[in-house]
Design a protein. Structure first.
Length: 598
């Protein structure tokens, strides 16, 4: 450890951890489990629905319970880590995550699975916040772009591994366990990560934080619940008045929470969230970018996975492999974008949003152009462009948001950052999920109409009379309409069992007509899902545009922490954050030199 490295840390704080890169490696393994479990479940949702008899709303909860628990827990567990020790907390988080994964793997009902996902989300929240906090306190500022770049690259790799690993495990049906190994695989890997954390991570805490702000915990938890629970549950409940009342109440609850935290910090310095964080322009603007960014990603993959597996009939493995170009693109750009951002600043984020927008429009066009005959290869170019755009955003924005957070508030800052991530993800799944299922209902009949010309041709070929053809067509449309509105996939509507009325088919032609109706049903489903997916993705384009606008709220350059040497970069000070005070200078040259060997 050099004297120069010591000078980058506040007075009284230990210098860089000599084992920091080993510690970072094992922490990234633990974080990878969390990130993989965010996406691995997607390809298994249809299999879970069949195996457990889950409704569509319950299916949403299997996906959303994890991210919702994240959003409710991150701020609190981040601050607890500041108090009791980050190594101790990340060890606890891995233990909770592993135990919850085991419970998910042996779940015998949808209710048990959702409850276990809640516990899993809590353990994952501890791992994520404490992992980012350890990076913040263990690495000098000049190395953080590199370590956060590794985190961003890991996000791309995990996004790729999740669907592929999920598809492999579900298709393999190991020991006849179906979807369960996607959770059980976490147990041995998690235990290895726990041993690594115990061996290499240095303990750290903020001594001045003496007690947990329990009132703040209660206020922020209730406020987040009031906002997110109605979004997830509203559709299946029919959007009763209480859902809008609850969402409306979340606004004053957040205001009360903010006022209370300001007074708490002034009174005894033990606020759950350090109010001074929100006086940093880069921190606030970065949170807004992260909120929209994760809403885009989570909002995309919930309907897209259902489109691939339920709409197009892809196997879990085929669905996972279809998303590889997206994840591979993200892995490529996220591996270097954090270092590029040292020189380009917020421009790299704006470029990333533009590239994502191009990819999303290309994906919409591809789905509409190829229709029911679409293949994974057809989707690959658009998904690859989307992934490249994602990688330009995910790595730099973490460094920009956390770069100016003092180490004593690392847990609080990483908790707020991760809350914005998961709040955006949960909101994206909830809102886009609601829109998608509504569009699926409205597009069921148009999808059926696309299949009817070929069905009529088949019926005429076997001698079905014109009046009987019309009755079959009417019943076919009715079946499509009721199936779109029907929540229980295991019990199709009665009209779907009587599409072909008695006496409508010439004797001896029943099997041919049944086969023709079955083929038409497949085409109708593919067309209906394709139309619904193409339309819901336009909402994603709107969120991308919003994210692009928000990037211009960020400083042109990331600020340095106030305690870093003012004279280190001399003449570069003019390139600091626009609108920031004079001590905010651009660390481009110094950070670029330091990031090279990493």
């Amino acid at each position: 450890m050099t004297h120069a490295e010591d000078e980058t840390f506040p007075e009284g704080e230990p210098g860089p951890d000599p084992q920091r890169w080993r510690a970072a490696t094992v922490i990234l393994v633990a974080i990878a489990l969390d990130l993989i479990d965010t996406t691995i479940v997607n390809v298994a949702l249809p299999v879970m629905q069949t195996d457990l008899g889950a409704s569509t709303s319950a299916l949403q909860w299997v996906a959303a319970a994890y991210t919702l628990t994240f959003a409710l827990s991150l701020i609190t567990v981040g601050r607890i880590g500041d108090m009791v020790g980050r190594k101790r907390m990340i060890s606890l988080g891995i233990v909770v995550f592993v135990a919850a994964s085991l419970l998910c793997g042996v779940a015998q009902s949808t209710e048990m699975l959702i409850a276990s996902r809640v516990l899993q989300g809590f353990g994952g929240a501890i791992v994520m916040t404490q992992g980012l906090s350890v990076f913040q306190v263990s690495f000098p500022p000049k190395e953080r772009a590199a370590v956060f770049g590794m985190f961003g690259a890991l996000s791309g790799v995990a996004a790729m591994l999740g669907p592929v690993l999920g598809g492999v495990l579900v298709d393999a049906d190991l020991f006849g366990w179906g979807w369960r190994p996607i959770f059980l695989v976490n147990v041995p890997v998690g235990l290895l990560a726990l041993l690594g954390v115990r061996a290499y991570v240095r303990e750290s805490r903020a001594p001045q934080i003496k007690r947990l702000d329990l009132v703040g915990v209660a206020l922020v938890t209730v406020a987040l619940l009031a906002l997110l629970y109605p979004l997830v549950q509203g559709q299946s409940a029919g959007w009763p008045a209480w859902t809008f009342v609850a969402m409306g109440c979340s606004v004053p609850l957040f205001v009360v929470f903010g006022v209370y935290e300001g007074r708490k910090a002034a009174r005894d310095g033990s606020a759950l969230i350090e109010p001074s964080l929100f006086r940093e322009r880069s921190f606030v603007a970065g949170l807004l970018v992260m909120l929209s960014f994760f809403a885009i990603i989570s909002g995309l993959f919930f309907p897209f996975t259902l489109y691939l597996q339920v709409g197009l009939g892809f196997s879990p493995l085929a669905a996972g492999l279809t998303t590889v170009p997206f994840s591979f693109g993200a892995m490529i750009t996220s591996s270097f974008s954090a270092v590029i951002a040292i020189k380009t600043g917020r421009k790299i984020l704006s470029i990333g949003m533009v590239v994502m927008g191009v990819g999303m429009v290309a994906l919409i066009w591809t789905i509409g152009h190829f229709g029911a005959g679409i293949s994974g290869w057809d989707l690959a170019p658009a998904l690859g462009v989307l992934g490249l755009g994602l990688g330009f955003v995910i790595s730099p924005v973490v460094d920009i948001v956390l770069g100016g957070v003092p180490v004593e508030h690392a847990g609080s800052g990483s908790g707020v950052l991760s809350t914005a991530d998961q709040l955006g993800a949960a909101a994206g799944v909830a809102v886009i999920g609601v829109l998608f299922f509504n569009l699926l209902t409205s597009q069921a009949v148009p999808g059926a109409n696309e299949a009817l010309p070929e069905l009529r041709k088949e019926l005429a070929a076997v001698g079905v009379a014109a009046p009987a053809q019309e009755r079959i067509a009417d019943n076919f449309r009715a079946c499509a309409k009721e199936s779109g509105e029907h929540e229980d996939a295991s019990a199709p509507p009665a009209v779907c069992r009587t599409i072909v009325p008695a006496g409508a088919v010439p004797e001896g032609k029943e099997k041919q007509v049944a086969a023709a109706v079955a083929d038409a049903s497949v085409t109708a489903r593919e067309e209906g899902y394709g139309k619904a997916t193409g339309r819901v993705l336009w909402y994603e384009v709107g969120i991308i545009v919003l994210g692009f606008v928000l990037t211009f709220m960020l400083p042109k350059r990331a600020r340095k922490p106030e305690w870093e040497e003012d004279g280190a970069d001399g003449a570069d000070g003019a390139d600091g954050a626009d609108g920031a005070s004079g001590d905010a200078s651009a660390p481009a040259t110094k950070a670029a030199e330091a990031a090279g060997p990493a």
